[in-house]
Design a protein around this ligand. Structure first.
Ligand code: HEC
Length: 154
């Protein structure tokens, strides 16, 4: 009986996943925004290594990393967040419904990211210490938005 119930639950959740995946008009958009976010995380890690001193300061790669983040920040807009692409409705989405309910504030968080990325560009061209000095603002811009608008993974 118990086994049957487990099997049924499993089947039901697999079917639900399949249905969501099949008619999900947001699949590409969600993948794109994940790609943009992941690239920023990669570049932030490069800068973080230099800030912590676990990697030597390298002006060329620091400048490139900060430039990438600034470029991506300038791309992020409601275009990657079409209405309806929230967690539970679009496959793999962790975006909370507040992205749309509090869109003005969400946009403010995007502006904050752009400002912090701009500061980091100057810092990256200067020194590891300068990068360290700008990490809190840039990292803070990421987490301020995640806290409010990204569903925690677990
Ligand atoms: C304006 C809001 C906002 C800002 C600023 C922001 N993010 Fe995100 N981020 C999100 C949202 C919303 C999601 C969830 C998107 C989804 O699952 O569809 C997300 C998801 C992610 C993910 C998970 C991607 C995946 O594959 O699931 C990573 C990594 C990430 N962000 C890194 C960053 C980094 C690094 C920064 C700062 C340099 C940053 N984000 C700035 C809103 C933001």
């Amino acid at each position: 009986m118990k086994t049957k119930l487990v099997a049924f639950t499993l089947l039901a959740s697999l079917t639900a996943t399949a249905i969501i995946a099949q008619d999900d008009p947001f699949k590409d958009t969600v993948e794109i925004r994940h790609g943009l976010m992941l690239q920023m995380a990669t570049d932030l890690a490069t800068l973080g290594g230099m800030a912590k001193g676990t990697a030597p300061y390298d002006q060329a790669s620091a400048t490139k990393a900060a430039g990438n983040i600034a470029a991506i920040a300038s791309v992020i807009s409601m275009e990657q967040f079409p209405a309806g692409s929230e967690a539970g409705k679009a496959t793999d989405s962790f975006a909370l419904a507040d992205v749309w309910a509090k869109q003005d504030d969400f946009m403010t968080k995007i502006t904050g990211l752009n400002e912090a990325a701009g500061m980091m560009q100057t810092a990256a061209a200067t020194s590891a210490d300068a990068i360290k000095g700008s990490m809190a603002q840039l990292g803070g811009a990421c987490s301020a938005c995640h806290k409010a608008y990204r569903q925690p993974e677990s």
